[in-house]
Design a protein around this ligand. Structure first.
Ligand SMILES: *Cc1c(COP(=O)(O)O)cnc(C)c1O
Length: 220
């Protein structure tokens, strides 16, 4: 199927309140433009330099999502345009995002990445770390970031029960953190689900899915 058909198919399956982030990492601009020309505007990248290059080459009405692990020294390159940073996993990183956003006179939306997988390889914080940050004075002083929800990545496995358990845990964490809502913590988004598990993720409460290979085909 073509990229356009893949997009149409996925969008026909997911409820209207779910945002589909098309994960375009490793794919060339010409390929991504096929999705753009089909009307899609939300794209996800996991490397800052690659996202910056694509941002410069492509139309400016695209919402660019940084979905990968982020190093503090790279934040400055995308602070002027990034729409949502999914993988915030430390207060230090959040402070740097706030600092760079301020230089651009913007407020950058971010998600806290929660470690939900049992594997050691996945990044993320514990729910407890997040509640400690949210209740700190330092957090209340960050004027140029807004935490709009949580992100998680399930274990890479065929065991659906395992994945479901991890997704349910992220939903539960989201629900318990809701009471912390303030001017810079507005929990609305649960970013979970990829090509292999987005339907399950939506059943468990996801409203933002990050789908790459089911749209653009396998990556090398
Ligand atoms: C690559 C990636 C995806 C998309 O994976 P697919 O299996 O190709 O849909 C989603 N989320 C993150 C964080 C990724 O790095």
């Amino acid at each position: 199927m073509s990229i356009q058909q893949n997009l149409k198919h996925i969008l026909s399956e997911v409820p209207k309140n779910v945002t589909l982030v098309a994960v375009s990492k490793t794919k060339p601009v010409a390929t991504i433009m096929e999705a753009y020309n089909a009307g899609h505007r939300f794209f996800g990248e996991n490397k800052v330099q690659e996202m910056v290059d694509k941002y410069e080459e492509m139309p400016k009405d695209i919402d660019w999502h940084m979905i990968g692990h982020l190093q503090r020294n790279k934040v400055k390159y995308m602070a002027g345009f990034v729409r949502l940073i999914h993988g915030v996993d430390s207060f230090k990183l959040l402070k740097e995002i706030n600092k760079q956003a301020k230089k651009h006179n913007r407020i950058i939306d971010c998600l806290f990445q929660i470690k939900i997988a049992e594997e050691d390889s996945k990044f993320g914080m514990k729910a407890e770390d997040v509640s400690n940050i949210l209740s700190s004075k330092e957090f209340s002083e960050l004027q140029n970031i807004r935490i709009t929800g949580l992100m998680g990545m399930a274990t890479f496995t065929d065991d659906e029960a395992q994945i479901k358990k991890e997704f349910m845990y992220l939903k539960h964490t989201f629900d318990t953190l809701k009471s912390f809502e303030t001017f810079n913590f507005k929990p609305e988004i649960i970013s979970m689900g990829m090509s292999g598990d987005y339907k399950l993720a939506i059943d468990c409460g996801s409203n933002m899915i990050r789908v790459g290979s089911s749209i653009f085909g396998a990556r090398n």
